[in-house]
Write a protein that binds this ligand. Structure first.
Ligand SMILES: Cc1ncc(COP(=O)(O)O)c(C=O)c1O
Length: 401
């Protein structure tokens, strides 16, 4: 069923046939607990008894915890990676990675980053003399020309937020590594999860996630994670995780581990519902344009089909009117909730220009197409017909009669 849906849309990459098994088993062997728990126990201890000084597996809750450990192993497994690390948020994961740089280093970013990442590079990293540039990656050659002798990280997000642009990640990675093998390529894969896109397979060094979104999927945990293969880089980031203290709580680790068991099923349903909503919106007279990479109308549809094995439930659209109508539309919704975030079981709607991307400088927002008639939807797991009816009534209501 899953494979048939994904093939019917035209996605060329295969869905990992063992994904659900990995999510339910990696790191979770009952034999590792003396009580043989079928479900990993939550260890809330902040410190651990040592049989003799340093003779212990765990020392202190910040530097390691059994529940975090197993989650990190499981997340690494889902990305077919050797190592995984969890952080207290997606931005925490970004902070840890940028912490390995020094003043004078440069980060080359795609120009359409999540607003919070953009804000971090412009307002925090810059205070430590870490330079960043934001370049459109439509033409991978031109993007790679922006690599400088001091570029240490190439920061990608694909698809982008909120305009769902898709970059040719494989080509960007090849061009970057041809300039310098030492440049670390990060792909923020929050929107697709390892179920639908495998960053390391595409040539990236680090897959990064706001676990807060689809990986947890129940809108009740803030967390970030990374998956990677390079041992030296892992050790550096493990040291950073402990030294900066950007760690998640044991209870959050438990919740995420529990959520991962249904990730593959949820992603299939998000894809189905997102496509149904996108197709409905494309035919609506009040809509100017739908941005959904899984639909043939999207300018990067072919790229998405080549690089991904499916798409999520995030899409955006431009309606034909202005800010007043955007507000009226959002306030008329009854099933969709007017709220930031995405990737949860519940459908959400927001206006990026006022909400998630308000921190992007106004001029850049216009260049990126983040205008007041752009609405972003995170299509959840409710019944597709109810979602479509809700959008239909809100679109009818948006314009004063
Ligand atoms: C693509 C993307 N990356 C990173 C983040 C930051 O994650 P967090 O909110 O968990 O810090 C977000 C949050 O919305 C996001 O959408």
């Amino acid at each position: 069923m899953a494979a048939a849906d994904n093939r019917a849309v035209g996605f060329k990459r295969e869905i990992d046939p063992h994904f659900g098994t990995k999510a339910g088993h990696i790191g979770q062997e009952p034999e590792q607990w003396s009580s043989m728990d079928a479900v990993p126990p939550i260890s809330v201890a902040t410190t651990f008894k040592q049989l003799a000084p340093t003779e212990t597996k765990y020392e202190y809750g910040r530097s390691g915890n059994p529940g975090r450990d197993l989650l990190e192993r499981c997340l690494a497994g889902l990305d077919d990676a050797k190592y995984g690390l969890c952080f207290s948020s997606g931005l925490g994961a970004l902070t840890a990675i940028v912490s390995i740089l020094k003043s004078g280093d440069h980060v080359l970013c795609v120009d359409d980053l999540y607003g919070g990442c953009n804000r971090f590079f412009r307002h925090i990293a810059s205070r430590f003399q870490i330079e960043s540039s934001f370049i459109n990656a439509e033409d991978p050659e031109k993007f790679a020309e922006a690599i400088k002798p001091n570029t240490k990280i190439v920061w990608l997000e694909s698809p982008t937020n909120p305009t769902l642009r898709v970059w040719d990640v494989e080509t960007i990675c090849k061009l970057t590594k041809s300039k310098s093998k030492d440049i670390i390529i990060v792909l923020d894969n929050t929107f697709l999860t390892p179920y639908f896109q495998k960053p390391l397979e595409l040539g990236c060094d680090i897959a990064l996630y706001s676990v807060t979104k689809y990986l947890n999927g129940h809108s009740d945990v803030i967390m970030g994670s990374i998956a990677l293969n390079d041992q030296k880089l892992y050790e550096q980031l493990l040291f950073t995780q402990n030294s900066t203290g950007i760690v998640p709580s044991p209870i959050d680790c438990f919740l995420v581990n529990r959520s991962l068991k249904t990730l593959h099923i949820r992603m299939e349903e998000h894809m189905r519902n997102g496509l149904a909503v996108g197709r409905f919106l494309e035919k609506h007279p009040n809509i100017e344009k739908v941005l959904h990479p899984g639909l043939p109308s999207h300018p990067h549809h072919q790229l998405a089909l080549n690089q991904w094995s499916g798409c999520s439930g995030v899409l955006s659209f431009y309606h034909k009117y202005g800010l007043k109508e955007s507000k009226k539309f959002l306030q008329s919704l009854k099933v969709f909730m007017l709220a930031e975030s995405l990737g949860g079981h519940e459908s959400l709607a927001e206006i990026p220009s006022l909400m998630t991307h308000a921190s992007v400088p106004a001029g850049d927002r216009v260049k990126l197409g983040i205008t007041d008639n752009l609405i972003r939807l995170s299509v959840g797991l409710e019944s597709a017909n109810d979602l479509i009816e809700d959008l239909d009534q809100a679109l009818k209501n948006m314009k004063d009669r």
